[in-house]
Design a protein around this ligand. Structure first.
Ligand code: ADP
Ligand code: MG
Length: 304
């Protein structure tokens, strides 16, 4: 089996700095000579923005040892649509009662496209990189993605049981008499089951790490909490929290007030995440766009 990369998920509320931290982590490890892939599943294509070049759906070399790809979730959804929907709906329609069909394909298919986005990441993790950094999409989407594999494995086993009880014995006998291959739907179910269990294994592996990116703000903290709980529910290790955009001391009234608020929120974070490693990064007087800025940011992130 190919060697498996360390997988680092960067997660947090929109705008907190997920893409910036992901880019910085990637830049840091690649500068140490590790082969790194940055993967984004956010439709806003922020990696292209940060590195000021079109990255898109194909793995693109963006520096020594550093590669990037922006998953085309819509394209994946289309693939799933053409491959699975037809198999499920057509086959089930010919075998099962209408009542059962009504719930079944919907339950299974909602989320299958996202499942395949996760499976794409799994492929990257097994493709010879040392580190894969996943710049995740906004909170709600990530939460759904994380709960998905469990939901799907439940749906698959329920549907498979149902199918076996209702239609499969007859189909198996027919197939056996005619020496036909295994029905397409059984193969599709089995494949979904396999994909799901491989993803669960990848997420709960010790080489998978979840980094929570927060700003010293109440809303960012509460969304972060939700994400951390979801990650732990799916056995993903959460070790580090980055508190990004901390104001540096300044005498002006605005900065003083804002900084006091930030410090109070930082205290809340310290209490909530006392057992995790906390890294703070200052609010820089410019956006983190361009390789040079990302390197500068990485320097601050990896300071200690
Ligand atoms: N420490 C920082 N100082 C200044 N600007 C920052 C800092 N961290 C992130 N930014 C900027 O904030 C914006 C949002 O960051 P981004 O990484 O795109 O967030 P996310 O991926 O979580 O939506 C970007 O314009 C980025 O350059
Ligand atoms: Mg982003």
């Amino acid at each position: 089996m190919a060697r498996r990369a360390r997988l680092i998920l960067c997660s947090g509320k929109g705008g907190t700095g997920k893409s910036t931290v992901a880019a910085a982590i990637g830049t840091h490890f690649s500068s140490e000579g590790k082969r790194v892939l940055l993967v984004s599943s956010d439709p806003t294509r922020s990696l292209s923005g940060i590195f000021d070049r079109r990255i898109g759906g194909n793995v693109t070399k963006i520096g020594p040892n550093l590669y990037a790809v922006e998953l085309d979730v819509e394209k994946i959804a289309k693939m799933v649509e053409s491959e699975y929907r037809k198999i499920f709906i057509d086959t089930l329609a010919s075998w099962l009662d209408e009542e059962i069909i009504e719930d079944l394909p919907v339950e299974i298919l909602s989320g299958v496209d996202e499942l395949f986005a996760l499976d794409k990441i799994r492929h990257f993790v097994e493709r010879g990189y040392d580190v894969v950094v996943w710049d995740t999409s906004p909170t709600a989407y990530t939460l759904r993605l994380l709960s998905l594999s469990q939901k799907i494995s439940g749906a698959v086993s329920r549907s498979l049981g149902l199918y076996v009880r209702l239609a499969h014995p007859l189909e198996t006998i027919k197939a056996w008499l005619k020496r036909k291959p295994e029905p397409e739907i059984i193969r599709a179910f089995k494949k979904l089951g396999q994909v799901t269990s491989k993803i669960e294994k990848m997420l709960s592996d010790v080489r998978t790490e979840f980094i929570l990116i927060l700003n010293p703000e109440k809303l960012s903290i509460s969304e972060g909490k939700q994400l951390q709980e979801a990650a732990e529910k799916y056995n993903i290790t959460v070790k580090r929290v980055v508190v990004n955009k901390m104001l540096l001391p300044c005498k002006c009234r605005f900065c003083t007030l804002k900084r006091n608020e930030q410090q109070r929120n930082l205290e809340v974070i310290r209490k909530e995440y006392g057992d995790l490693k906390l890294l703070t990064v200052p609010y820089l007087p410019h956006e983190v766009i361009s390789k040079k800025r990302v390197e500068e940011y990485a320097g601050k992130l990896f300071e200690d």
